[in-house]
Design a protein around this ligand. Structure first.
Ligand code: PRP
Ligand code: URA
Length: 212
């Protein structure tokens, strides 16, 4: 795959360890959900080195000191339904006050085209860093469409976080949206004939919510 300046493949050994368990067909729903949250927290920690901050004065037991804290409203989180929901708590662990928007998309099983069924974003999201969440970046159609909704709402700083990506998904999003920072934990080999990532982990939504 070509190198893209807006794409980071985190490839961290602690995250790889958790993804190995996530992929396992014998990993049950509860453990799967917990792992998705933990991996998301690690991804946020690794990718947020430049979050907007503010100066605050703190009185220690000894003296008054100027410190920095994350700026109010700096971050808004936007899961792509359904599977992105599994990542929200992982972001809230580090940004507990991040407001949450929702974008509902499902892929047509034949054409693999995304179809929108819901979009509700927080007021003022255009002034925050919008973190778009979806554990799976397959063809890239869903993520590209979701980024389009955020741009239509005036978002200027958008980050996409996906746990597992296929090369074609990264290429599609990186080329359509060179201004969006894309963070993925691991790059898989390819898609199968039904648009599933190989080796992948199967259907993330079904495994998170126990629907199959
Ligand atoms: C999955 C996944 C992504 C999308 C990725 O959702 O969570 O949103 O597919 O595929 P793409 O990159 O080819 O667009 P799905 O459409 O299965 O809906 P679900 O989360 O409701 O199961
Ligand atoms: N959506 C999933 O849940 N898994 C894939 O492998 C591809 C799309």
């Amino acid at each position: 795959m070509k190198d893209y300046p807006n794409v980071t493949i985190l490839d961290h050994p602690l995250i790889r360890h958790k993804i190995a368990i996530l992929r396992d067909v014998n990993t049950g729903m509860k453990e799967f959900r917990e792992l998705v949250e933990e991996i998301t927290t690690l991804m946020v920690y690794e990718s947020f080195k430049h979050v907007p901050t503010k100066k605050v004065m703190v009185q220690t037991p000894l003296e008054l000191t100027e410190q920095t804290m994350v700026a109010d409203g700096a971050v808004a989180v936007v899961p792509i339904l359904r599977a992105g929901l599994g990542m929200v708590n992982g972001v809230h662990t580090l940004f507990p006050t991040a407001r949450v928007g929702h974008i509902g998309l499902y892929r047509d099983e034949e054409t693999l085209e995304p179809h929108e069924y819901y979009c509700k974003l927080p007021d003022g999201i255009e002034n925050s860093v919008a973190i778009l969440l979806d554990p799976m970046l397959a063809t890239g159609g869903s993520a590209s469409a979701a980024i389009g909704f955020l741009k239509d709402r005036g978002c200027k700083k958008i980050m996409l976080m996906s746990i597992i990506a296929a090369p074609v998904g990264i290429e599609t999003v990186a080329e359509a949206h060179p201004d969006v920072e894309i963070f993925v934990s691991t790059l898989d080999r390819c898609l199968n004939d039904h648009g599933y990532i190989l080796p992948g982990l199967g259907d993330a939504g079904d495994r998170l919510f126990g629907t199959k």
